[in-house]
Ligand binder design. Sequence first.
Ligand code: RIB
Ligand code: CA
Length: 306
Amino acid sequence: MSTPIVIDCDPGHDDAIAILLALASSEVELRAVTTVAGNQTLDKTTRNALVVLELAGRTDIPVAAGADAPLRRPLRTAAHVHGETGLDGPVLPEPSARSLDVHAADLLAETIEPGVVLVPTGPLTNVALLLERHPDVRDRLDAIVWMGGAIGEGNVTPAAEFNAFVDPEAAAAVLASGIPVTMIGLDVTHKALFTRGHAERLRGAGRAGRFVAELSDFFQRFHERSYGFDGSPIHDALAVAHVIDPTLVTTRRANVEVETASQLCDGRTVVDLRGVTGRPANAEVGVDVDAERFLELLCSRIATLA
Ligand code: RIB
Ligand code: CA
């Protein structure tokens, strides 16, 4: 029995790999993809989502574009990480499929029913708009597994992880919604690095494998330069992997709040692991990961795609 999921994303190298992992895994059924501005502008993240689905031969999966800017802040993109196209590295033809003529929040509302897991891998703007426009979705959305946030150091600032930083108000709204949220943050994604060895393993494994290897070639440059890593964290794929196999990531129940009014710490996810604030727990937070099993799952599944 597979788990139906919807991915709300900002492709983005790791978003693209997350989509392919979902398509290659029978434990999940990808029902729709919605796009948000984040790593790049909305037109580029939407084009990239269409490109990835076409590469995988899955233009049957509906795509809808959502917010082109955060709820209350100017958009901050990450061309220094993902390049001008948002998927720099591999060269792919323009997609033939188009996104639907509906807003992502409305496609999410239409698609979400009991049993569906929402996997946001970008800023949470679309999810916050979903809750605003379709408050009844709270009654049928069982779980959100979000790649975002950090217990410790951020990546876009010392205090904040990118997805939370771009739209802190949206992240705060989702965490306050009462919907069960699992936060797959940098504390676990940075422990599972996709190395050149993994890329070489996939480079000869069909078009999807070569595509992932070429994405990794580009993505690796930022992580080598900024962190001195000998690999890249495929952040968003770990969120999808958590739905596929929830034993990969160890989580702890905690209160998570988001800073929205700070000079230095805007967008910080404040994770109260020891319960010192007395604030009620509202999320499962990733605290450890079986990196080897995750990377083996990722590589072995991508290799099965044509
Ligand atoms: O901080 C990493 C997250 O921000 C990932 O989802 C990446 O794709 C960017 O969206
Ligand atoms: Ca992302």
